[in-house]
Design a protein around this ligand. Sequence first.
Ligand code: FES
Length: 108
Amino acid sequence: MDDNWIRVCEQRELAVGERRVVEGPDVDILVVNADGVILAVADECSHQELPISEGPLDGDIITCPWHNAEFCLRDGEALSAPAYEPIDCYDVRVENDTIFVAKTPRDS
Ligand code: FES
């Protein structure tokens, strides 16, 4: 594993519906087990740049706890006001049962 990846946790430590936040080089990164698929997005709402990681999760949708904008964790799209811009998404890898997330966002 090269320097472009951040270790998140063991796969068994992230059950369905659970989340972790890891420190990225620019912003914190939220990693979620969404119905068995590991997804990662910037922990920063596109509305007022506040963290979204404490918000309610419903499968692959997270609701920002500040003003209730919803985001799709698969593509970062803003699904409801007051956010209109997407949030960054990050690639995830699983190697030897350990989850890693990319340090830099995926090209959208
Ligand atoms: S900061 Fe997320 S909806 Fe306002």
